[in-house]
Design a protein. Structure first.
Length: 251
């Protein structure tokens, strides 16, 4: 006849074995699905870049249109060197090998660190002519970092599109940064002026050509968007790249 201790011991043995089996299954699934997850993330990113640049990829898929119409580069904000990459994944692999550095003083957007190499996506039209440049930007909002793509016309100054694809702002308030109606207010405005100074502003009661009215009831989020432009369009980030475009033309 089995003792009480024997029964408890067997129970714990079964539980431990079950946990081990489950752990092996979960770990195996994570490893097996990693490649697919990375591919899905890349596909979503390609779609966001195309949408920001105003490219319609419905019916064909983002991956096919992206491979035909987008060239991938990185810009070294210290040396001014532009490097071409065969694909977005190749670019991200290269960036992963670049050391992350502290931004230091003057970080108005809450960007604590970044790499010297910054992603640049050159988007062509259906005829193969340069249409726009898409830049990666981010800045602190009310509840966390707001991640966006900013598309500029080929002149490197005029805003073509803005897309906040990831954020934690309050729905109906700061979350309105995703509202197409509000985002469209940036289109056609100057990101930087002829001297390279940041021209676009997000302010309450916008009154000038390069100002966009702040979101109602979302002062911190609106300030965060404005600070994002002030940082990423300055010499600390893409400022020198935009100067290069104005002075030397397309990359």
């Amino acid at each position: 006849m089995a003792t009480k201790n024997d029964t408890i011991g067997k129970t714990f043995t079964v539980i431990i074995l079950l946990c081990l089996v489950c752990s092996i299954i979960v770990a195996g699934s994570a490893v097996g699905l990693k490649e697919r997850q990375e591919a899905n993330a890349a596909l979503a990113k390609q779609g966001n870049i195309l949408s920001t640049a105003g490219v319609d990829f419905a019916g064909r898929g983002a991956e096919a249109v992206f491979s035909e119409r987008v060239q991938v580069f990185t810009y070294n904000r210290e040396t001014g060197e532009v490097t071409a990459h065969s694909s977005m994944i190749a670019m991200e692999n290269a960036l992963a090998e670049v050391r992350v550095q502290s931004v230091g003083e003057g970080d108005v957007a809450g960007v604590r660190n970044m790499r010297n190499e910054l992603p640049v996506f050159a988007v062509n039209d259906e005829n193969g002519e340069l249409q726009s440049y898409v830049l990666e930007v981010r800045g602190a909002g009310l509840w966390g970092m707001m991640y966006a793509f900013l598309a500029l016309e080929s002149d490197g100054q005029t805003i073509r599109g803005l897309n906040f694809y990831d954020h934690a702002e309050t729905p109906g308030l700061g979350g309105e940064i995703q509202n197409p109606r509000w985002r469209s207010r940036f289109e056609g405005k100057k990101a930087v002026d002829d001297d390279g100074d940041v021209a676009i502003r997000v302010v309450k009661g916008a009154s000038s050509d390069n100002e966009v009215d702040a979101l109602s009831g979302a002062t911190i989020t609106s300030n965060g968007v404005d600070n994002t432009f002030q940082f990423w369009l300055s010499g600390k980030a893409y400022g020198s790249f935009l100067t290069k475009l104005r002075e030397e033309g397309a990359i």
